[in-house]
Design a protein around this ligand. Structure first.
Ligand SMILES: Cc1cc2nc3c(=O)[nH]c(=O)nc-3n(C[C@H](O)[C@H](O)[C@H](O)COP(=O)(O)OP(=O)(O)OC[C@H]3O[C@@H](n4cnc5c(N)ncnc54)[C@H](O)[C@@H]3O)c2cc1C
Length: 505
């Protein structure tokens, strides 16, 4: 301990467990570990939780029929799906149990459905059924009239990865976890341990060094940077696999009601037509490997592919009423499996890599798997008597009855000021999120929590008001308010003081 203190002068604290990365997976691991008598630190390099892959995906709660039998991914998705809905109930996060469909348009596709169903049954996916084309047309009236049949998975559904990440982190914090944002893991504290192993004793960050008995790396796309520091190599490389999307206005008349997949290829599940938990229809994603892990641009080719792919499922679909496009980046890997392990050459270190789709659906099972690994690393896991699994969401004004809205406004007049007109989000809701246990200190953090700025006007009405509110509540100048990541300012300061009277009209 003293040796380490000498080596790392800036030791800021000692924890039982440190988790690097407050994405959906890291936050859910933190929540799971907070059941036990452990002192936990959760860190993320960004100003909010869930700003990596977890903020831009399709949000399907996969039933698990497609991931290969015998793989870790194939097992954890089925277990995760079984645990998912209860977790959402406990965290007061919305979900939709509408089931999912893989749509067959040819006789060859029907054979694929049969293979998928067999794979799913082998893995214990409940309720799988191949329905006729006629039944599919009845359930989804806009489906391609040539549909030959579909694989129906009743345990599939739609989730809310944004709020799930926030709620899991919040529940972990309520149960004693310390969360440090804008804290980047730069290196590890490594000590001798035994003949064949070294011990990872903590993490060196931009805010000093934190020691821990067990360190968990759950860094999404950046897992390889951390692995490099420890010289951990797999038959695996991490590449960003971009997925582009179209988002439609909620008011669009042609809406599907469920999740429609085409028949999959070996590389991708294909372009889906689905709705989100908030009621917008979306098309996506594409699947293209790229080098730049920050490149979330959309491309003409990608959008063309989406349109063509989606038209095969829903021929009447047109792009009128598209209100946004976006792209997310999968932490794609060569192995196409999750790596979740305690690498043999280290003690006190657990590594997560390649947590691509269906990482969200698998997340509670991933967390349980990691808890077992933590125990194997020598930590005694004693359940807390006072662990509280319940986290309550704050009022969503647009979902309340008129009577409830009136009562809320009487209690706090800020709920009477509408800031986002498309989605009916009030100043009261924004202020509540700014001061929540996992605070929203950026525009996008507020957007993810309240759904403000996601309607037809895409934030053009609310943005100046949100800047004012953030500035007032955080006691910072409006020029310091950021959109998402460090330095993403909305407003700029003059580069030099402009003498009075010389301002342009
Ligand atoms: C296009 C697309 C579609 C998808 N569709 C689905 C779907 O329908 N259903 C499903 O189940 N899954 C889906 N997924 C997969 C799912 O989104 C991911 O598996 C999941 O979000 C991964 O979460 P994570 O926490 O591992 O990663 P991330 O969300 O990327 O979190 C990693 C975190 O680590 C932080 N970090 C990185 N390096 C450091 C460091 N050095 N120090 C501190 N912090 C660091 C990052 O800031 C980030 O917050 C999809 C993914 C994509 C991209």
């Amino acid at each position: 301990m003293n040796k380490i203190k000498e080596k790392y002068k800036e030791v800021k604290g000692k924890y039982d467990v440190i988790i690097i990365g407050a994405g959906l997976v890291g936050s859910i691991i933190a929540r799971w570990l907070s059941k036990y008598n452990l002192n936990i630190l959760l860190i993320d390099k960004e100003p909010d939780v869930g700003t990596g892959t977890s903020k831009a995906n399709t949000a399907i709660i996969h039933a698990g029929y497609d991931s290969p039998f015998g793989t870790l991914r194939g097992k954890l998705v089925v277990d995760g799906n079984r645990m998912f809905y209860q977790m959402c109930e406990e965290l007061d996060v919305a979900y939709k149990t509408c089931g999912t469909y893989v749509v067959a348009l040819t006789d060859e596709d029907i054979k694929t459905l049969e293979k998928l169903m067999e794979n799913g049954r082998k893995k214990g996916v409940p309720g799988l059924e191949i329905i006729s084309g006629e039944e599919m047309r009845h359930r989804e009236p806009y489906i391609n009239p040539d549909v030959k049949g579909a694989l129906y998975a009743p345990t599939g559904g739609i989730g809310d990865p944004f709020m799930l990440t926030v709620a899991a982190a919040e529940n972990a914090v309520m149960n004693g976890t310390k969360l440090l944002l804008e804290t980047k893991a730069l290196d590890f504290v490594v000590e001798p341990f035994s003949l064949h192993k070294k011990k990872v004793s903590g993490v060196v960050t931009n805010h000093g060094t934190f020691l821990a008995d067990v360190t968990i790396a759950s860094a999404g796309l950046y897992c390889d940077e951390l692995m490099e520091k420890l010289d951990i190599k797999y038959d695996f490389y991490v590449r960003a696999r971009k997925g582009e999307y179209y988002v439609f206005d909620k008011a669009k008349k042609l809406q599907v009601k469920t999740v429609l997949f085409p028949c999959p290829t070996p590389v991708t599940k294909g372009v889906l037509v689905t709705i989100t938990i908030h009621g917008n229809m979306i098309l996506g994603p594409t699947a293209k490997e790229i080098k730049d892990k920050e490149d979330t641009s959309v491309t003409p080719e990608g959008l063309e592919e989406l349109y063509k792919g989606a038209k095969r499922l829903v021929p009447k679909l047109e792009l009128t009423d598209v209100i946004r496009t976006f792209a997310g980046l999968r932490a794609g890997g060569f192995l196409h499996d999750f790596i979740i392990e305690a690498p043999p050459k280290y003690w006190g270190f657990i590594n997560l890599a390649g947590i691509e789709s269906p990482g969200m659906a698998s997340s509670p099972a991933i967390a349980e798997y990691v808890v077992n690994l933590v125990q194997e690393q020598g930590l005694e896991l004693k359940k807390k008597n006072n662990w509280n699994p319940i986290r309550k969401s704050r009022p969503d004004f647009s979902e309340l009855s008129l009577e409830e809205q009136g009562w809320l406004i009487e209690k706090n007049p800020l709920y009477g000021r509408i800031v986002c007109r498309c989605e009916t989000v009030t100043e009261g809701e924004i202020v509540a999120e700014i001061h929540a246990p996992v605070p929203a200190h950026t525009y996008d953090a507020i957007k993810r929590r309240t759904w403000l700025g996601t309607g037809r006007c895409q934030g053009s009405f609310d943005t100046p008001r949100v800047i004012e509110i953030l500035s007032r509540e955080l006691g910072i100048p409006p020029t310091d308010v950021i959109k998402e990541s460090k330095g993403s300012y909305f407003l700029t300061r003059p580069t030099k003081e402009v003498p009075k009277g010389e301002l342009n009209d």
